[in-house]
Design a binder for this molecule. Sequence first.
Ligand code: NAD
Length: 715
Amino acid sequence: MIYEGKAITVNMIEDGIAELKFDLQGDSVNKFNRVTLEDLKAAVEAIKGNSNVKGVLVTSGKDVFIVGADITEFGEAFKKSEEEIAAWCLEANQIFNAIEDLPVPTLTAINGIALGGGFEMCLSTDIRVMSEGAKVGLPEVKLGLMPGFGGTVRLPRVIGADNAIEWICMGAENRADKALKDGAVDAVVAADKLKDSALAMLKSAIAGEINWQARREEKTSKLKLNAMEQMMVFETAKGFVAGQTKGQYPAPIEAIKTMQKAANGGRDKALDAESKGFAKLAKTTESQALIGLFMNDQLLKKKAKGYDKTAKDTKKAAVLGAGIMGGGIAFQSALKGTPIMMKDIAEAGIELGLSEANKLLAKRVEKKKMKPLEMGETLNRIRPTLSYAEFGDVDTVVEAVVENPKVKKMVLAELEDKVREDTIITSNTSTISIDLLAADLKRPENFLGMHFFNPVHMMPLVEVIRGAKTSPEAVATVVAYAKKMGKTPIVVNDCPGFLVNRVLFPYFAGFAGLVRDGADFQAVDKVMEKFGFPMGPAYLLDVVGIDTGVHANEVMAEGFPDRMKADFKTSMEVMYENKRYGQKNGVGFYKYETDKKGKPKKVADQAAYDLIAPVVAERKEFTAEEIIARCMIPMCIEVARCIEEGIVETPNEADMGLIFGIGFPPFRGGACRYMDTVGMAEFVALCDKFADLGNLYKPTARMREMAANGESYFG
Ligand SMILES: NC(=O)c1ccc[n+]([C@@H]2O[C@H](COP(=O)([O-])OP(=O)(O)OC[C@H]3O[C@@H](n4cnc5c(N)ncnc54)[C@H](O)[C@@H]3O)[C@@H](O)[C@H]2O)c1
């Protein structure tokens, strides 16, 4: 035994070979937390002090190699000043340098995923052997950061600047074949051969058959690119990445700049640049938001897991209504392995549902994501039917018939008699109150909302809506079924619009007010897209469907008349009256043409402007700040209300709901994070500036209290 710590042990395993093993005590994975870093420092010191060591083999005692940094430690660490963070990075890097500078050859055996700091650890050794199933990569940009343990220094020197830019800016988890092809690892072997192969290679290096000193030299000197080549590689990459990230995600550009700055220097200069770049990114609001999202996601997973104990497994499901949503739900359930009955009242409906599923599956086969045999098996899991004959053994049903309370109530009552007493019945309604639908049911405890988003296979969120009488088991069972379908469930309480639509419609109301007051709806779309939404409000209404929008808006106005009932005729209503339903019938705020790929493409349409002219003021220019404030304030206040009323339990879940449900810009982290970033006092002051616009702009008492006390949602 050369060293024994809480995360690392070093043992002499064969003559002269020391095995440095990562095996973090009390954890299922290895990660770079404070303890591991301290251990690594001490372990390397111990190796250095042992003159019998002729070579070092780095391994993991877990299924993974090292998953990356311990992100839960970021919050505290990043409170420090930029200079302090950079200094901390440089200090940590001394440990990796010490490994790189050991007087003997070093090799990492990568048995499982090695990401971020985990992969940077691998890069600090001379040789890397990887198991077939392992994955390696530097995903820091996904958290708004860049590698900080030498990744931007060593990777470009090992695999070339162009490859390294791709690895670091995309942040992908790379499979073994890709890693080998790009030169990030030296060999790929079957998992059961990993240790033997690694040892054999290390012995070759010790014997002088592998020039490990040359590899080291390459990693620690300047990049092998002349000035012209450097300019080509880095400037092209910056241009491309700037186009992709639209100035909203600073991390990848900063990473490229850092690599460029350090291209003509050796290791020390390059690490200095990296530490500074890392520290700069650590202090951005974007990284705070993205790290926040990661933490929120962990919380959601933990919460969903908490339901496992009470959940009953859905072995067989059913969906009523084979329309857009029913077809999508059947597809998703079948895809993830749960057989599902798909019932409609019309043959045509069934055919539509099945052909949709068929198309989606064929695309997967085409893209080689699925084998034809699997496609057949998946389709076989969807059992189309016009009757309730086989509903006796169904565990969970999703009702997805037309959005009409009378029809839904009738269908649900009928259904209750055809299923088992303990079958869970859900409704995919987007607006109708769950308690209203439950009112005449015999077993309201088995009933709740399961709100999917369109298109079902693309949208990750499922709102699980608990009615006043819904049992905990029913909630747990539906959470589990949503998870089984590969979705992210968020449990909310019943109210008009639930969480997502309840906060989306005030945003549309903000938009409606702007247009009424003379704003050009195309200009509003552009500003909100620049703000980070995938589509602006007018375009989004066209995609959702103007008819659906008008209908849902009525429900919201009825539910919250004090603020959601417009006292003017909106441009959306004008579109509706003129049968301009949006993308679905080719005209709405925009006109839709089909592009070369057969996809709808929006183009401006003067007719839309002519139609709304009678209900809008003379055209007026609004600043971007004003447009953003008028759209965002109503949405943010409504989110605050949902939290205060307990519709959603935590700001974390509220933010995730908006990110997953309406495409809230991830780099802003969600509505609560956005209010935190602005600062509650400033946000409330901004609301007051728009007080004339009515109740939608009136912050809650609790928000004022938060502002007065300097409180925030995420502390
Ligand atoms: N389309 C969306 O964007 C979206 C998003 C989320 C939720 N929803 C909700 O999902 C539900 C379905 O919406 P959709 O857009 O799929 O509608 P749709 O009109 O495409 O499909 C409804 C289907 O239900 C069938 N149907 C009607 N009565 C039936 C009955 N008694 N038994 C069985 N089938 C019956 C119809 O034949 C039709 O095939 C609605 O409650 C809607 O609010 C829709």
